[in-house]
Ligand binder design. Structure first.
Ligand code: MN
Length: 202
């Protein structure tokens, strides 16, 4: 899998985001990163075929099957991104605060037990991916379904009905207050810097 698009968008002399990483055999990691960038969103990432398949979820994931969360597919991220947390400096792509909101392993709902990557890639290609998450916050079955009538990158993230359902779920309720406050502070200081400098650095 190519990380060309990922690398193209970033200046690694400036951001501390990772560039590589190699998954452990027989274990597939997922991570959800709360990303307080220009717009607050949650990045939902699943390791498939050695990279993190990634979707930006503006409203955050939900454990309520009534919520169909818009999930915009974005470029594949390197495996080591699963551990990335901290600040992407101003002027860089995705500048803002990243917080690991949830992490764990996942399985495919339909798995023949042999060719995980092949099956996962096939489902992504078909726009119908069904996974079972084993995180601290997100558990049980989820579907990622590509929207047909809209933008190519628009998917929906939907919780399946199982024992892990929590109705009226809001991911922000499960985010520590210090993390919310930090995101706002950094955004504010970025605004001030911009206002002071006639030539804001890139
Ligand atoms: Mn993001």
């Amino acid at each position: 899998m190519s990380l060309a698009r990922y690398k193209q968008k970033r200046n690694f002399g400036d951001t501390t985001e990772p560039t590589a990483g190699k998954p452990e055999k027989g274990k597939h990691v997922f991570v959800v990163q709360r990303h307080h960038a220009t717009r607050l969103h949650y990045d939902f990432r699943l390791e498939v075929d050695g990279v993190l398949k990634s979707w930006a979820v503006p409203k955050g994931p939900s454990l309520d099957p009534a919520d169909k969360r818009l999930a915009m597919q974005v470029e594949d991220h390197p495996y080591d991104y699963k551990d990335f947390e901290g600040t992407i400096p101003k002027g860089n792509y995705g500048a803002g605060t990243v917080y690991i909101w949830d992490k764990g392993t996942f399985e495919l709902l339909r798995d023949d037990g042999k060719s995980f990557d092949k099956e996962a890639l096939k489902e992504i290609q078909a726009g119908d991916l069904k996974v079972v998450l084993n995180g601290k916050k997100l558990k049980g079955e989820f579907a990622l379904v590509k929207m047909k009538a809209s933008d190519d990158n628009a998917w929906l993230l939907i919780k399946h009905r199982d024992k892990y359902v929590k109705e009226k779920y809001d991911s922000e309720d499960y985010t520590p207050e210090r993390v919310k406050a930090q995101g706002l502070r950094e955004k504010e200081s970025g605004r001030k810097k911009k206002a002071q400098s006639p030539h804001p650095g890139r």
